[in-house]
Design a protein around this ligand. Structure first.
Ligand code: SAM
Ligand code: DTB
Ligand code: SF4
Length: 327
């Protein structure tokens, strides 16, 4: 059963279940709603890098922090198409384009992004963007261009949000999610752990996500990648048990969502990642780079898929084709 009326008490109880029982329960829910061998493979591309006006404390792309990230203006459509084709070739079925923008503006750059969306969608990949805040009209335009999903993370709880970001509000974030949902674009929203938040903040974020009128179709769980020059550069690594609690709780309360084991895989062993898949994670970012930071390469991931008997999930477009061929 899919529920949107979870309470904080219920989620807290799930989150604090003895960890092996929690993994077992999440694995059970996972198997009721998904093929547990299937993992969605997504590729990220930073189409506009750095120089961002926001103050997100975790982010190497904020202009105000002194990090090694080189500012790069919006890429050309042809270059992006090349990268998308390479990602498809390497087995990805979702291609996510990220821009270090506070919000989308109605200008030439947005028109260029619309062309990128059109182009990638013609490759029969699920096209995703993460461009900051969107108005309803902008969401409609992206949808018309063929956008399949939009990523916009809540990042943490409403209470802790102001400790991490001051240049926009939680309400702004929720409004964009609403605009995306109303434009009938698939919603991808999750957060980051390891930023100094308390357990109640992790639970608070999960509560907000799981009580939206409709659950996000994807929930990325990122472990902070501490980057030198950002205010969070010295944060300690989160233990795998915390990652597991987050993934398993998300899986149990949002059973149909794709739960993505996102940033932070470079610091996890294969055994740790295997536990995350067991606990209900069924999506990853592939390729040796996330947006600006390293990610395990395809050789390592291929080995992991073979060892754990995982198979990449087909894109919804391939599934549509199979259905129409069968009719
Ligand atoms: N500028 C847009 C925005 O903020 O929505 C899109 C790009 S932004 C880089 C996308 C997401 O990446 C953030 O919401 C955050 O969850 C994640 N992220 C950024 N830096 C990270 C880091 N150092 N570690 C983990 N996740 C990070
Ligand atoms: C998400 O939740 N994680 C991805 C994607 N959505 C856009 C981004 C992770 C970024 C990690 C830091 C970096 O590489 O710059
Ligand atoms: Fe800008 Fe997005 Fe980074 Fe925040 S997370 S500084 S909005 S690129």
């Amino acid at each position: 059963m899919i529920r949107n009326n979870w309470t904080r008490e219920e989620i807290t109880e799930i989150y604090n279940t003895p960890v092996l029982d929690l993994i077992y329960q999440a694995a059970t829910v996972h198997r009721q709603h998904h093929d547990a061998q299937e993992v969605q493979v997504c590729t990220l591309l930073s189409v506009k890098t750095g120089g961002c006006s926001e103050d997100c404390a975790y982010c190497p792309q904020a202009a105000r922090y002194h990090t090694d990230v080189k500012v790069h203006k919006l890429m050309e459509v042809e270059e992006v198409m090349q990268k998308a084709m390479e990602a498809k070739e390497a087995g990805s079925t979702r291609f996510c384009m990220g821009a270090a923008w506070r919000e989308v503006r109605d200008n030439k750059d947005f028109d260029k992004v619309l062309s990128m969306v059109k182009g990638v969608s013609r490759l029969d990949m699920e096209v995703c963007c993460t461009l900051g805040m969107l108005t309803h009209e902008q969401a409609e335009k992206l949808k018309a261009a063929g956008l399949y999903a939009y990523n916009h993370n809540l990042d943490t709880s409403e209470e802790f949000y102001g400790d991490i970001i001051t240049t926009r509000t939680y309400k702004d974030r929720l409004e964009t999610l609403d605009n995306v949902r109303n434009a009938k674009i698939s919603v991808c929203s999750g957060g980051i752990i390891g930023m100094g938040e308390k357990e109640q903040d992790r639970i608070g974020m999960l509560l907000t996500l799981a009580t939206l009128p409709q659950h996000p179709e994807s929930v990325p769980v990122n472990a902070l990648v501490p980057v030198e020059g950002t205010p969070l550069e010295d944060q300690e690594k989160v233990s795998v048990w915390e990652m597991l609690r987050m993934i398993a709780t998300a899986r149990i309360i949002m059973p149909k969502a794709m739960v993505r084991l996102s940033a932070g895989r470079v610091r996890m062993t294969m055994e740790e990642q295997a536990l995350c898949f067991l606990a209900g994670a069924n999506s990853i970012f592939a390729g040796d780079k996330l947006l600006t930071t390293p990610n395990p390469g395809s050789v390592q991931d291929k080995e992991m898929f073979q060892l754990l008997n995982l198979k990449p999930r087909k894109s919804y477009k391939d599934l549509e084709k199979q259905v129409s061929a069968a009719l």
